[in-house]
Every structure is written in C-alpha cells, then in structure tokens.
Design a protein around this ligand. Structure first.
Ligand code: HEC
Length: 157
C-alpha cells in the first residue's frame, strides 16, 4: 500500500516535469518565431536594417529631369521654400497651373494671407516670389492666330 502511494507520487511528479518541459519549449519556440518575424528586435536583424541600401530608400525631395518629383514643381532657387510653404493647404498643381507676373503673385499670396490663413512668409516671401516669377511667369505664347488661306470644301453626304 505504501509502495503504491509512493509510485503514485513519483508518477505525478514526472507528469508535472514533462508538462513543464513541454510548455517551456512551446514558449521558447513561439519566441523564436516572433523574433524571426520581427527582426528589428533581434541583434542580427537590427544589423540588417542598419545596412539598408540607400538607393532603395525613396528620397521625398528627389529631383528627376529638373522636376521635384513629389510636387511636380520645377527645380530652381527657392524650390524648397515653395515646397514647404505652398503645398500644405492645396496641391502644388494649383501653383503650377497659374502663371503670373510679380505683382499678381504678390497679390495672390496677400489674398491667401488675408482670407485663407496663410502665414507671414518672412524672409521667404522674396525667395518664393522670385522663384514663382522665374519659373511660372505669364505664359508668353498666346492663342495661335486664326487660320489663313484655307481652301474650304463642302462635305458631301
Ligand atoms: C494656409 C493655407 C494655404 C497656403 C499655405 C497656401 N495657400 Fe494658396 N490657396 C489657399 C486656398 C484655401 C486657396 C483657394 C483654393 C481653391 O480655390 O480651391 C488657394 C489658392 C491658391 C491659388 C489659386 C488662386 C486663384 O486665383 O485661383 C494659387 C496660385 C495659390 N494658392 C498659390 C499659393 C502659393 C504660391 C503658396 C505659397 C506661398 C500658397 N498658395 C500657400 C490656401 C493656402
């Protein structure tokens, strides 16, 4: 009887031990999977991240063929002042599709300052207007002239 009780106890202990070992390996297995999926947490992974190829990270201010890719504005002196001050409320397209002389650009900016909460541009005001007048002046090409010396012909049905 006593011997049986002793065996019983031994058996219980063994099962506890086995359950403990199994749960330990399950937990560490899950931890391993987690680290594989989230390499930023592990040492090896963070090194991999540091070694990122700079060519694959996209520069938000990259210029291609003289155009600031993100906004479509022409590259030139004062570009970043325009990007930083003129593309917050509306698309840069609104700037690009307008062509004005100095006076009109100034009054457009003043209009936005008075009615649209555009901030005081400070020293950038001059830089921005210079940029706009240089790259977005009034369109020099007018509407083409009317056609001359055309031989009209009658359409037949
Ligand atoms: C605080 C917000 C804000 C900022 C910043 C801003 N604008 Fe505007 N702008 C507006 C609003 C609002 C309109 C009117 C939009 C509309 O009609 O849909 C507008 C309209 C315009 C127009 C069209 C005007 C017209 O007569 O149709 C131009 C051009 C323009 N902005 C240029 C600029 C330039 C250049 C800058 C940088 C100096 C700038 N905006 C910065 C708010 C802003």
């Amino acid at each position: 009887m006593i011997r049986e009780e002793w065996l019983n106890r031994l058996f219980k202990r063994l099962t506890h031990l086995i359950i403990g070992a199994i749960s330990l390996s399950v937990v560490s297995g899950l931890l391993m999977i987690y680290l594989i999926l989230n390499p930023s947490l592990s040492l090896v992974g963070s090194n991999l991240q540091k070694g990122k190829d700079p060519k694959t990270t996209i520069d938000p201010d990259r210029i291609e063929n003289g155009i600031h890719v993100r906004t479509g504005l022409v590259e030139g002196k004062g570009l970043m002042a325009v990007v930083n001050n003129c593309t917050n409320c509306h698309s840069a397209k609104l700037v690009i599709q307008n062509r004005m002389n100095r006076e009109k650009w100034n009054s457009t900016i003043q209009w936005m300052q008075e009615t649209q909460n555009l901030w005081d541009l400070g020293k950038n005001h001059e830089v921005i207007v210079n940029y706009l007048v240089t790259y977005y002046p009034p369109q020099s090409k007018k509407r083409r002239e009317g056609l001359k010396e055309i031989e009209w012909y009658v359409l037949e049905d």
